[in-house]
Ligand binder design. Structure first.
Ligand code: FES
Ligand code: FES
Length: 162
């Protein structure tokens, strides 16, 4: 199969690049578009460090063949902040010390964005379930769970004040 031009909407912007046969979405984002927030950990769909959103759904980008998402909308950590301002999830991760080495953080934040988009008031069990596919070797998870619950509260307050 020859290389092909793939068009996606990434963080709201139309993007196009040449994809070699078998290229993953993760490789396309990192190597062709220079969006390196999503990380390659296991490369097998089991660590969550490469998580991005495709049409709002959390997906392991290392398992997605890039041609299968042609024309779709992809969101990465690079598109989360607005005008240099961290969003509620990002600032909550910082304030609650939910990141140490940072390797898992982009994936954790994207999984959280998807969770809070579908459930603005998740329980601790909902949070644990949402991040169950994301491995963190540093934090012991509890600061991440606390940060996600705090982010949910911040988002609800932001919305209520509009
Ligand atoms: S690198 Fe994709 S799930 Fe681990
Ligand atoms: S902060 Fe190091 S792997 Fe999660």
């Amino acid at each position: 199969m020859p290389s092909q031009i793939v068009s996606l909407v990434v963080n709201g912007e139309p993007r196009e690049f040449i994809a070699a046969p078998g290229m993953t979405l993760l490789a396309g984002l990192r190597e062709s578009l220079g969006l390196t927030a999503a990380k390659r950990g296991c490369g097998q769909g089991t660590c969550g460090s490469c998580t991005v959103l495709v049409e709002g759904q959390a997906r392991a980008a290392c398992l997605v063949a890039v041609e299968t998402v042609a024309g779709l909308s992809v969101s990465t950590l690079e598109g989360v902040a607005t005008g240099g301002e961290l969003d509620a999830v990002q600032s909550s991760f910082v304030d609650n010390f939910a990141t140490q080495c940072g390797f898992c953080t982009a994936g954790m934040i994207m999984v959280t964005e998807a969770l809070l988009d579908r459930d603005p008031d998740p329980s601790e069990e909902d949070v644990a379930e949402a991040i169950s596919g994301n491995v963190c070797r540093c934090t012991g998870y509890q600061p991440i769970v606390i940060a996600i619950l705090d982010a949910a509260r911040r988002r609800r307050e932001e919305r209520a004040s509009r």
